[in-house]
Design a protein around this ligand. Structure first.
Ligand code: NAP
Ligand code: HSE
Length: 430
């Protein structure tokens, strides 16, 4: 066994700083936990001249060559983000027999397959626990503890920024723009929050989770994504009256006819375990044939929670080095399940409309829904305007393509002045 294991950190932003801090803090523990010392050999950054509090600047570099050409470096911890140059650096590290730990969900959701194959070819570890749900252990539990299950469903709140925004809208009646401003001020949302609020970040995470849970490759392009930017305080108020909250739900179902994978805002009953996951917290709900239900809950982002997941992976790599068994658990996708088209997926829907206030309106609307096999489950009419009324419908499970055809027909009718919002509804809502 080596006396010292040497790691390089690529990136010293939010997560990289957390990793550096944990390595310093845990120095005395490593000989007991991994049987060796763990040392940060080099740190790669873009701007070498930026001040970095508490960091040994003699190991900071802006040259990848300083790391890839250093044969004494055993582990590369990639926390730069983005596709390139991260993909090239990870590929080169693996080709040089350096083990890799990454938090990069963008990269793993699109190129995980080829990188895991490359890791296997080189008998290296490529671990990415932090790529999904930050500090919450979910990838290792799926790959290891739950490996004997057939997982049929995985459903979660995997984006902290949007969960924070929806919580503020629900608890304090804020409108979307105001809540987003606050999320940005508090450092939850990124400078460009598009990937968070449009559901893309959650889409990448559910692609990774579905691939692991169902042992079949799901990439980001297979995921249907819708964000929360169109959700209004009014929708949230109606949801409350219906005994529900609105959450951005990432879900993957392993059905007999294929894998259903999507990210959409959803009304979920207040009694559902995910309804009480608030602020920037994340949670992932898993159903396995032997396990039944389980929920994983905790901090889905941030400096130390994310670094905690990364360091769990780093410690695993070190233990594998000690026993000469790196590459033990690589890619677990050994099936090729079909991905179901969104058109074919059945959902319940919340539809908020402004209708003409005159005889025959409701009959015409109901007949349009029923003509497309969409059954009205509930109807709420509360607000009247001169000549019109706001009416909310809950539509029972129907295929997306039939529902959309009904909406298209309704939009063309003079009775329907506006379709104000359409939100999916969880099956458990009564
Ligand atoms: P960040 O704060 O923006 O930090 C990025 C770091 O990478 C910076 O230090 C930057 O250098 C360096 N960097 C970027 N491009 C580089 C390049 N081409 N060459 C050298 N260095 C480069 O990012 P972050 O929030 O820590 O996120 C890092 C990764 O973790 C991403 O993949 C992200 O998706 C993932 N992640 C983040 C969180 C979270 O809570 N933030 C949670 C889970 C996963 P400079 O300092 O010189 O600019
Ligand atoms: N931007 C992400 C979130 C954190 O808000 O959850 C990184 O995964």
């Amino acid at each position: 066994m080596k006396e010292k294991i040497r790691a390089a950190i690529l990136g010293l932003g939010t997560v990289g700083t957390g990793v550096y801090k944990i390595i310093q803090k845990q120095q005395a523990e490593f000989p007991h936990k991994i049987g060796a010392e763990l040392e940060v050999a080099k740190i790669l950054v873009r701007n070498k001249n930026k001040a970095r509090d508490g960091v040994d600047m003699s190991i900071v570099t802006d040259k990848w060559e300083d790391i890839i050409n250093d044969d004494s470096i055993d582990i590369v911890i990639e926390v730069m983000g983005g596709i390139e140059p991260a993909k090239t650096y990870i590929s080169e590290a693996l080709a040089h027999k350096k083990h890799v730990v990454t938090a990069n969900k963008d990269l793993m959701a699109e190129h995980g397959h080829e990188l895991l194959d490359l890791a296997a070819e080189n008998k290296c570890d490529l671990l990415f626990e932090a790529a999904v749900a930050g500090g919450i252990p979910i990838i290792r539990p799926l790959k290891q503890c739950l490996a004997a299950n057939k997982i049929t469903e995985i459903m979660g709140i995997v984006n902290g920024t949007t969960n924070f925004i929806l919580t503020k809208m629900t608890d304090e009646g804020m409108e979307f723009d105001e809540a987003l401003r606050l999320a940005t001020e508090l450092g939850y949302a990124e400078a460009d929050p598009t990937a968070d609020i449009e559901g893309l970040d959650a889409g990448r995470k559910i692609a990774i989770l579905a691939s692991i849970a169902f042992n079949s490759r799901v990439t980001f392009s297979d995921v249907y994504t819708e964000g929360i930017s169109k959700i209004s305080a009014k929708d949230i108020k109606y949801a409350k009256e219906l005994g529900c909250v609105i959450k951005l739900i990432a879900s993957a179902i392993n059905s007999d006819t294929g894998v259903e994978v999507r990210v959409t805002p959803m009304l979920i009953p207040e009694s559902h375990p995910l309804a009480s996951v608030n602020d920037s917290f994340n949670a992932v709900f898993v159903h396995g044939d032997s396990l039944g239900d389980a929920m994983f809950y905790g901090r889905g982002a941030g400096e130390l929670p994310t670094a905690s997941a990364i360091m769990g992976d780093v410690i695993d790599v070190c233990r594998n080095i000690a026993f000469g068994c790196n590459g033990r658990i690589g890619c677990t996708c050994y099936k090729e399940l079909p991905i179901k088209a969104m058109d074919e997926i059945e959902s319940k829907y919340f539809v908020r409309t402004i209708l003409e206030d005159k005889p025959g309106t409701l009959a015409a609307v109901a007949s349009t829904f029923s003509g497309n096999n969409a059954s009205i489950d509930q109807m709420v009419q509360k607000t009247k305007y001169p000549g019109s009324a706001e009416v909310v419908f809950i539509i029972d499970n129907v295929k997306e393509k039939l529902f959309l055809r009904a909406i298209k027909e309704l939009s063309a009718m003079h009775y329907v002045k506006e379709i104000s919002s359409i939100i999916r509804v969880h099956n458990d809502m009564n």
